[in-house]
Design a protein around this ligand. Structure first.
Ligand code: IPE
Ligand code: IPE
Ligand code: MG
Length: 264
């Protein structure tokens, strides 16, 4: 598979990059990587282009990073594509962003299927426009039996909304009598979140120099390692991802303990 990519993208994925992938795979690869894809607007502004041109360019990065994450053996890649707060943006920008899943998936669905990637989504699906829902549903249906990497789009996602929905679900179960208050614990709460079936994110990457979570996976990121990069999302590439993984592998994750587990 990597040979195939090497042939397609000789400029980025040269032999030394393939060697680096091999080296990184000797150590722990994060099971779940979550990325806040930020900086599309600034990328466009730097080039005197409309903001949406940055979003369009960012889609190409999604393709590159999906392929590389899959190559690394990452089990789940969650990409923050649209937040519950992004509805505050101008209508024209929102309309463009809502068309991107359709464009991305109509172009790249065949290669996602070929790569055994499973497309999933977290977020409030119901409030998305019909055409966006159709595109996502089609991709999820077409890849539902794939057992490779999960490509999880956080679309109309907000962590506080997710937690509020979880609380409602749990309270309903208690009211119905099918759950006792004493059964409520961290594991149970985790099992009601939209990410219940995924491993917890080990690594969070945010591009564009912003150092904040912007309502992204507040519960799930409790013990993730953070990698904040100055690079704008359309400029993020395979080398940036490998650098973040390498940085992750050098961290000493202690999980509250004294000694920790050593370097991963
Ligand atoms: C990230 O890029 C994409 C979305 C939030 C949808 P931005 O559009 O936030 O880009 P900047 O932060 O304005 O540069
Ligand atoms: C976070 O980026 C949301 C996504 C990347 C989808 P924003 O650009 O919306 O975040 P803020 O507004 O700078 O916090
Ligand atoms: Mg932004």
């Amino acid at each position: 598979m990597l040979d195939k990519i090497l042939r397609k993208k000789p400029s980025v994925l040269d032999g030394s990059l393939a060697e680096r992938v091999t080296e990184l795979k000797k150590r722990q690869i994060p099971a779940h990587v979550a990325i806040i894809m930020d900086g599309n607007g600034r990328w466009a502004k730097q080039r005197n282009l409309p903001r949406v041109a940055g979003h369009h360019e960012g889609m190409k990065t999604v393709r590159k990073i999906t392929r590389m994450a899959n190559e690394l053996g990452i089990q789940a890649l969650t990409l923050y594509a649209f937040s519950t707060e992004n509805w505050k943006r101008p209508k024209m920008e929102i309309d463009f962003l809502m068309k991107l899943p359709g464009e991305f998936l109509s172009t790249y669905l065949p290669e996602l299927i070929e790569q055994n990637v499973k497309v999933e989504m977290i977020g409030n699906f119901d409030k998305l426009p019909g055409h966006t829902k159709t595109a996502i549903q089609k991709a999820m249906e077409a890849t539902k039996d794939n057992d490779g990497m999960v490509l999880n789009f956080a679309m109309n996602y907000g962590s506080r909304l997710e937690i509020a929905e979880t609380v409602k679900e749990i309270v309903t179960l208690v009211q119905e009598g099918s759950l006792a208050i004493t059964d409520i614990n961290e594991t149970l709460i985790g099992s009601h979140l939209m990410t219940a079936h995924l491993p917890e994110p080990d690594l969070l990457i945010r591009t564009s120099g912003e150092v904040r979570l912007s309502n992204f996976m507040l519960w799930q990121l409790a013990y993730a390692e953070f990698s904040f990069l100055d690079v704008l999302w359309p400029d993020f590439d395979e080398v940036c991802l490998l650098n973040s993984i390498e940085e992750f592998q050098m961290r000493n994750r202690r999980f509250g303990n004294v000694e920790g587990e050593g370097n991963v």
